[in-house]
Ligand binder design. Structure first.
Ligand SMILES: Nc1ncnc2c1ncn2[C@@H]1O[C@H](COP(=O)(O)OP(=O)(O)OP(=O)(O)O)[C@@H](O)[C@H]1O
Ligand SMILES: [Mg+2]
Length: 237
């Protein structure tokens, strides 16, 4: 049992992309610590480095310089070890849902558990429960393409939750949704945080960021402000 309250610790992280002869520094000496149970929005304009930072936090990519400690584990390790850290500790929610279109939503939600070696029976039960929590029990046999955008994002949230990850990482989770459905998704994120989940949400939308308890602003690869949000805006439907 790890008792440290720090779940994300990013120390002096830079990311340099090599494109042919040119090098581009997308992140420049970032320091960021996030504690368990926080709800953090990472905000900034297009090209600021938000997705680059998310990819590092999500163990989808590694820093060029600096270190990233996730739940007291240094993530400087082999690709297979990194994948196993990712599968066990992080749940992802993407703008474009990233669901597999040809299989049922139940199978989609079970997938992360199969990667973790959970038995078929337990995977099915946990996936059904996660979909039920998202109000989708009537649709379990449906394929993603048979659902609305809001329903697909709720499937993606169920998939992110099913492995009971340490962190839920959401990259523009409402970007593809109309405003009412987007608010419903924001309401779900808030209630997941109320239940104790750590949430990191990436957005270019300052108004959405105001739903989070802490707002980190990234610009041109550096953190330009990091502040607690005294007046978290309630989601009005
Ligand atoms: N694979 C890559 N190779 C080269 N440059 C890249 C790569 N990925 C991102 N970049 C560059 O790094 C910078 C930051 O990109 P990033 O995708 O992190 O921005 P972002 O803040 O997520 O933007 P958006 O809001 O548009 O999604 C951009 O200038 C981008 O062109
Ligand atoms: Mg991005």
């Amino acid at each position: 049992m790890n008792e440290s309250k720090e779940i994300i610790k990013i120390n002096g992280v830079s990311k340099i992309y090599n494109t042919g002869a040119t090098k581009f520094k997308a992140l420049d000496n970032i320091n960021l610590t996030i504690n368990k149970g926080e709800y953090v929005a990472i905000v900034g304009p297009s090209g600021a480095g938000k997705s680059t930072l998310m990819n590092i936090i999500g163990c989808l990519d590694t820093p060029t310089e600096g270190e990233y400690i996730l739940d007291s584990v240094n993530t400087k390790c082999s690709d297979s070890k990194l994948a196993s850290i990712r599968n066990s500790k992080i749940g992802f929610i993407f703008q474009s849902y990233n669901l597999l279109p040809k299989i049922s939503i139940l199978d989609n939600v079970e997938l992360p558990l199969h990667y973790l070696g959970v038995s078929n029976k337990e995977a099915r039960e946990r996936a059904e429960k996660a979909l039920d929590k998202m109000g989708l029990s009537k649709h379990v046999k449906h394929k993603p393409t048979e659902l609305s955008g809001g329903q697909m994002q709720r499937v993606a949230i169920a998939r992110a939750l099913v492995s009971t990850p340490q962190i839920i990482l959401a990259d523009e989770p409402t970007g593809a949704l109309d405003s009412k459905t987007g608010k419903e998704v924001m309401e779900i994120l808030k209630s997941l945080n109320d239940e104790g989940n750590t949430i990191v949400m990436i957005t270019h939308d300052r108004d959405l960021a105001k739903r989070a308890k802490r707002i980190v602003t990234v610009m041109d690869g550096i953190i330009t402000s990091d502040e607690y949000n005294e007046q978290v805006q309630e989601v009005s439907l």
